[in-house]
Design a protein around this ligand. Structure first.
Ligand SMILES: [Zn+2]
Length: 659
């Protein structure tokens, strides 16, 4: 789904984000939603009846524009998920009336309260057994969310449409109202006055002439989620393209308001075919190749990715690309629950940039992604939606859309473009996820297996964490005197709420006298210093030059006190050893990573009983290599120890005096 303007927070009840360090804990309660601000959901045991698995839906409905009502028969085939199942429930808003429910042709009893239909089955079923019920109902559909069932008009003609995401399917038909349980197939039969054309999902199998009305019989042979089943009804004018790929030829059907289907729009619509080729190449074959892809114009100011027939309020290049990409991410693989909506919206939003890159080049991709990044910086809380009772929280444009897209952009930056699209294709084709549902961990698992990388840190901080890294960068170099330049980069992150700091591979680029050098470091600390030996004089420095990270940079400055070479702590064995009467002791003091000033250094000598016999050094010293002479003229033969101590380092060595 995509709206022209940023989606308003329809029901604003912002819950302070409490981030848990235990991801598994978050996931474990992902099914427990806190429905405090959508009254209709108060009594819903989301996500639907967990004792059944829906295998088939048939909607056979008559839509009355004048009465603003609907009537019909809904057939639901389902499998029992437990033994001795003798009652089930469905979601249906109270405003609709149930006339009768039949099971194996027998009328069965039910109650309809609190938007739940409790049904007593005619007989009981054990695990895996299938049964079928038919619900005869009528009434005036409700309209929640973005307008789940709308009676409207255009140019004097009736226009009727549905947009059920996220919780609106049960506003107009009885179903198991959760994306977690797709029907394996569906039939959608719509009867309307002959002046109107009803569009729905899948293939148009038959048009039945009933006299003053006609019935369009649509069939979806692919699995379909309840919220993707749609109606779009008006005096449509059809414009078609063909998508030819390999041996397959698929019809691309654009159902438009006749007054708006001019030549300009046709040339825009033709781009859909180009997009089908592009996304099939990037993500694998168009998922519903045996059916169709198409648009059905409607009166809502955005687009909604109804399976095989996106509803469109306007036609721009990026929104057409966005909704088409949803056919892979959203429709073929659907987020299991609305906590993971970024698997739909982040992926579709990323795909807008991917489409632009394919057609107009990488610069266009980068500039579009830069726009997503600036929007993503407004995101509050984690991408994993905490409060899925709020439509505004689920469909936060800066978070679920823009930041979700940026996460894919950053993943691409880490694994590389080729591997990234391998991940996307592998995910879209995965046998347990394709035409099914997924959560973030499913995508992470595939990203890790395809890339061979451990990406736990990445998904943990970007999906379950909040905000983005804010860096202060220092750099400098020193001429080593041998034609190389010891170069230092200090990366410091402002302390974030959660995570405290971001772990990311970071590209550092040096423009040098002999050309550019880019290195990637794995930044995994609040403050960290990296050293490089460059073979040419560095002229300038760039942090994350390809904008692979969502970030803010406070400043890039010269680090202080960079004139000293880089050393490790070390205390060398004295030389000579054994000795008589004097020997040389060498040691090194490094620059501290968090303190560039001098440090207190002590070098003392002890006898074998631990008595101090000499203090060789006791003063503040800068980083560097040092050596001192130890004269033992006044000591007797034996074993002695010399010990180097600084604020953070201590080491002892043994030496032997033989006179
Ligand atoms: Zn979308």
């Amino acid at each position: 789904m995509k709206k022209l303007l940023s989606i308003p927070l329809l029901l604003f009840l912002f819950v302070g984000i409490i981030f848990s360090q235990q991801k598994s804990h978050i996931c474990a309660d992902s099914k427990i939603a806190h429905f405090t601000n959508l009254n209709k959901l108060n009594a819903v045991q989301y996500p639907g009846d967990e004792t059944i698995e829906v295998t088939y839906y048939k909607l056979d409905v008559r839509v009355y524009y004048d009465q603003k009502s609907i009537s019909g028969y809904i057939t639901i085939n389902a499998k029992s998920l437990r033994d001795s199942l003798n009652s089930i429930y469905l979601d249906l808003q109270n405003s609709l009336n149930i006339i009768q429910i039949t099971h194996n042709g027998n009328s069965i009893s039910y109650t309809h309260e609190n938007n739940i239909v409790e049904i007593t089955l005619y007989k009981s079923y054990d695990i895996g057994e299938e049964f079928s019920i038919v619900i005869n109902y009528n009434g005036k559909p409700g309209s929640s969310g973005f307008g789940s069932f709308e009676f409207s008009s255009h140019n004097g003609y009736p226009a009727i449409w549905t947009l059920s995401e996220p919780y609106g399917a049960s506003d107009w038909w009885p179903c198991k109202d959760t994306p977690a349980d797709k029907a394996d197939s569906a039939d959608i039969w719509i009867t309307v006055d002959k002046s109107l054309i009803p569009i729905s999902n899948g293939s148009l199998e038959e048009i039945i002439d009933n006299g003053t009305t006609h019935t369009y019989r649509w069939h979806s042979q692919y699995p379909i989620a309840q919220y993707l089943i749609s109606l779009a009804i008006t005096n449509y004018e059809l414009y078609t393209n063909k998508f030819i790929t390999g041996k397959d030829t698929m019809l691309v059907t654009h159902y438009n308001y006749p007054e708006r289907l001019n030549s300009t729009r046709k040339s825009d619509l033709d781009k859909t075919v180009t997009m089908l080729h592009i996304f099939s190449k990037l993500y694998g074959q168009y998922p519903f190749i045996k059916e169709k892809y198409g648009h059905a114009e409607f009166g809502w100011g955005g687009g909604m990715e109804h399976q095989t027939c996106t509803s469109m309020g306007y036609f721009g290049e990026t929104i057409v690309a966005h909704e088409l990409a949803h056919q892979w991410f959203g429709d073929k693989i659907t987020c299991k629950d609305w906590h993971h909506i970024w698997l739909n919206e982040g992926f579709a939003t990323y795909s807008e940039s991917a489409y632009l890159e394919s057609v107009y080049g990488h610069d266009r991709y980068q500039s579009n992604m830069a726009g997503e990044m600036s929007s993503a910086k407004n995101a509050s809380g984690s991408i994993w939606v905490q409060d899925i009772s709020s439509v505004g929280q689920i469909f936060s444009s800066s978070r679920s859309y823009a930041k979700g897209a940026v996460v894919l952009h950053m993943l691409r930056g880490i694994v590389g473009t080729e591997t990234f699209y391998n991940i996307m294709r592998t995910y879209a084709a995965d046998s347990s996820l394709a035409y099914n549902v997924a959560v973030t961990e499913d995508f992470q698992k595939i990203a890790e297996s395809v890339s061979g990388m451990d990406l736990d840190y990445f998904f943990f901080e970007w999906i379950y964490g909040a905000n983005y890294p804010k860096y202060t960068i220092g750099w400098n170099y020193t001429d080593a005197g041998d034609g190389t330049y010891l170069t230092k980069v200090r990366i410091k992150q402002a302390v974030n709420s959660s995570p405290k700091y971001f772990t990311m591979p970071v590209e550092l680029s040096f423009k040098t006298f002999n050309g550019d050098t880019t290195v990637t470091v794995f930044n995994n600390a609040q403050e960290e210093v990296f050293y490089f030996n460059l073979n040419s004089l560095p002229l300038s420095f760039n942090f994350d030059p390809n904008n692979k990270i969502l970030k803010h940079i406070f400043e890039i400055t010269d680090v202080e006190d960079a004139n000293t070479n880089i050393y490790n702590f070390s205390l060398d064995q004295n030389y000579p050893n054994p000795f008589n009467p004097s020997t040389t002791i060498k040691y090194s003091i490094p620059r501290s990573t968090d303190n560039y000033s001098v440090q207190q250094v002590q070098l003392k000598v002890f006898d074998i009983l631990g008595h101090e016999v000499s203090t060789l050094v006791n003063k503040q010293q800068k980083a560097g290599n040092y050596e001192v002479q130890f004269d033992a003229s006044n000591l007797t033969s034996g074993i002695y120890f010399y010990k180097l101590t600084t604020g953070t380092f201590s080491e002892s060595r043994k030496m032997i005096l033989i006179k």
